[in-house]
Design a protein around this ligand. Sequence first.
Ligand SMILES: C[S@@+](CC[C@H](N)C(=O)[O-])C[C@H]1O[C@@H](n2cnc3c(N)ncnc32)[C@H](O)[C@@H]1O
Length: 174
Amino acid sequence: MSAPGPIGLAQVEAALREHHQGLESTYKVTPAGMWTCSQTHEVHQLLSNLDLSPYRHLADLGSGDGRVVLLASLFLPATGLEADPELVAASQKMAAGLGLSQARFFCADCRQADLSPYDLMFIYPDKPLDWLVERLPPDWPGSLLVYGPYFQPSGLRHLRTLYAGETLCTMWHR
Ligand SMILES: C[S@@+](CC[C@H](N)C(=O)[O-])C[C@H]1O[C@@H](n2cnc3c(N)ncnc32)[C@H](O)[C@@H]1O
């Protein structure tokens, strides 16, 4: 019997596929917004192409089914903050099943959460981001990655624009 290989993109995608087979839809209204999914291969490519060495902990603000955190935890500790308890439970179950000990999930309103532990934040926003700059510590040293072109934060410094596959993403600093 061969030893199990390291967990990677394929294993995370398989876990997500299995989870999604039991769902009626991969789009729903949640207690705080709208759930829809980023593309796993794009997020994996985005994280693989970034220099992650300066960062200690990623947070996904509105983590949906947990895919970004599951993928990010292959590289660094990662936390998902999500308002929908079912999505959080599913994310926790997949992380446990995959043995991804660097991934954790909390059912929380990310607009009320303490964001200071996180120096790399990801968001696939479902609404405008005006609230975000107010929640960041004044001396926050981190970077914010925004997936998709529709909502951009105000009050932060644009660092670069990059593509994850076909999806335009932007990176921001305090
Ligand atoms: C467009 S989905 C993105 C999901 C995931 N980040 C991804 O890339 O697949 C946005 C998610 O943010 C969640 N959300 C929106 N506002 C939130 C809030 N204030 N606190 C926690 N979760 C929130 C929604 O419930 C939804 O699951």
